[in-house]
Design a protein. Structure first.
Ligand SMILES: [Zn+2]
Length: 364
């Protein structure tokens, strides 16, 4: 796991994702509702120090426990091929709107999102140094991202792509992080509200006839809010078309429920047309009990109405032991999740919890 990822793990709700075999993706909603078609996933960053023997043993164990796919945060052909050799799907997990690569920051600072105070993520990253959000309205940004994902899709050992950070910056952080940052976010503060760049403002004016600069409380404007949902939706549409052209699935790590996604990060995943989503139902971030995982899954599944499968993203460190983890998995499956996706240290105990949850779900 990269240090960046560790930071995310410890502080901000991390991205996660899931995917689906093309054959299954095309088979219609019933296919993934069957208990025999559950798929389970692991998010991981491939460690170059892993030996070939370790990978054989690990992925074999994963498969035996019921895991069917991996989301790899870096491109390690060795890891991808080792997973596939054990019948796991191997997907490339790539950050979408949060892109701090130096080459991009230096060449195109104007591509970055601007907050309500007029500050750009290019030189004023909100919360943390690696928060470098792109503006979703720009054609150049969409083309850059499409090219980047296409480079992954072209590779024969990559089975699909997984989007993460496919949203705006958090205008509201999960409540568990307020103390850490010493911020109270019961209202939408201007320094975390994006994007107010000239391109976004001009496009909004063209579409709605309103100059957002003249609106006293832009954060309370329904059309300005929806306009921004649609800007990210358009990015997802573009990337979905690219994945489709390679006949490979596209999945995304998203915020835990449609309501929280809208409210905290202006993310509208219910209206995407991807192969599957992995809502990060990290109950600890929201100071919720394990049973909340079931409630969040039910809300998402109902909103999707069979459009594509939902895999419950679980943050392993949020569970006090493997028994509680098993409970969380059972809540997810009983409420209509097509599987779970695990983030964190996938121990033998976690694998046993998954196996037991699958068996109990079959009996239910
Ligand atoms: Zn913008």
């Amino acid at each position: 796991m990269t240090s960046r990822r560790n930071f995310v793990k410890n502080t901000l709700a991390a991205g996660i994702s899931a995917s689906l075999l093309p054959a299954l993706a095309n088979a219609g909603p019933q296919a993934f509702k069957s208990k025999n078609h559950l798929k389970h996933w692991v998010w991981t960053n491939p460690n170059p120090k892993d030996t070939d023997e370790q990978l054989v043993e690990r992925y074999k164990k994963y498969y035996e426990a019921g895991i069917r796919g991996m989301f790899f945060e870096a491109d390690s052909e060795r890891h991808f091929r080792a997973a596939k050799a054990q019948k796991l799907e191997a997907h490339r997990w790539i950050w979408t709107m949060n892109r701090g690569e130096k080459s991009l920051l230096e060449a195109h600072p104007d591509w970055y999102a601007v907050n309500r105070k007029g500050e750009s993520c290019a030189d004023h990253p909100p919360y943390v140094g690696y928060y470098r959000w792109l503006c979703p309205s720009r054609e150049s940004v969409k083309r850059y991202l499409a090219d980047d994902y296409e480079a992954a899709l072209k590779k024969d050992y990559i089975d699909g792509i997984h989007l993460d950070y496919v949203r705006f910056c958090d205008v509201i952080l999960p409540v568990n992080l307020w103390e850490k940052y010493n911020i109270v976010q019961t209202s939408e503060l201007p320094e975390y509200d994006f994007c107010y760049c000239q391109v976004c403002k001009d496009d909004y004016k063209t579409e709605h006839g309103i100059d957002i600069n003249t609106v006293k409380y832009p954060e309370a404007s329904p059309s300005w809010r929806r306009f921004r949902y649609q800007r990210v939706n358009a990015v997802v549409e573009r990337l979905t078309a690219v994945a489709k052209s390679y006949n490979k699935p596209i999945t995304a790590a998203v915020f835990p429920t449609p309501d929280i996604a809208h409210r905290n990060v202006k993310q509208d995943w219910v209206n995407w047309n991807v192969s599957g989503v992995c809502p990060m139902i990290y109950h600890g971030f929201y100071k919720e009990n394990v049973s909340w995982i079931g409630e969040a899954v039910a809300e998402g599944v109902k909103a999707l109405n069979g459009k594509f499968p939902l895999y419950a993203g679980l943050y392993l460190s949020d569970f006090k032991d493997d028994k509680e983890l098993q409970q969380g998995m059972e809540y997810a499956l009983a409420n209509g999740a097509s599987g779970v996706s695990m983030f964190g240290n996938v121990s033998d105990g976690a694998l046993a919890a998954l196996k037991a949850a699958i068996d109990n779900n079959k009996r239910a």
